[in-house]
Design a protein around this ligand. Sequence first.
Ligand code: CA
Ligand code: CA
Length: 303
Amino acid sequence: MEVIPKEKMILAMSKSNNPVKKVDSGSTVVFDTFDCFSNQIRTENDPFSSVGWDKINPATGPLYVNNAEIGDVLKVEILDIKIASKGVMTTATKLGVLGDIVTGETTKIIEIIDNFAVFNERIKIPVNPMIGVIGTAPYGDSIPTGTPGSHGGNMDCKRIVKDSVLYLPVNTDGALLSMGDLHAVMADGEIVICGLEIPGEVTVKVTVLKNEIPHNLLPILVEGNHVMTIASAKTLDEAAKNATINMHSFLLDKLNLGIDETGMLLSLVGDLRICQIVDPLMTARMEFPLSILNQYESEISKK
Ligand code: CA
Ligand code: CA
């Protein structure tokens, strides 16, 4: 199996990045990843500001997938996420939702024991390992790995976990997939600008799809009982609206209901959620139950 070491990392997703490996569609690849601080914070005496901006949010890659051409879709199946035995969190004034309230740069090292993050003697939180940064090269200018967008990037979506499937646009030959910024656990919002940041190893299967999903609807994620559209924008309002419009368009094509009726269905069963509100752009997702999609499609196939 191909393994990309964490030292092969980028700080911006770009068409001009040199691929570190080339694989065929259908291949399985392991991405070894630093935490979002390039593993520079080792003790509770290391503050957030001790990590230079040239070390924040590295993404391992990029991977070139043979035969991926502009306009295609890259299907990324997350087969496994392994995390280290301890992670780190930081606060910093002026950053995050509580930037005006937190008292300064506090660093907390949190151990993972038996799949629980040990926050303190009383609070143990079940881990939910997820990928914060995952994306392909954007169509236009390069985009820092700390910023999300239609190419993926720093979406901080807590549902990008083991056994999920992410669909990303191919904007340049080879797609140039990269990822990093794993979290042992993170809640919707990512309030103090980090999750439980942790190094790890992600195993993915990459497959090139030809003309299956229009690029303007991506990224799309399938996890558990939901299909989700993910959108990022300057404001959370705009991100939420875009995620909703994308899901509406996706369903219009899949369900063959009218425009208004599709809207009604979304109003009944589509959950609009926040991924994060702390990055340079905000990210929201619209979750739609697969049970309804499958039910409806099976009805179509019976006719
Ligand atoms: Ca992140
Ligand atoms: Ca992070």
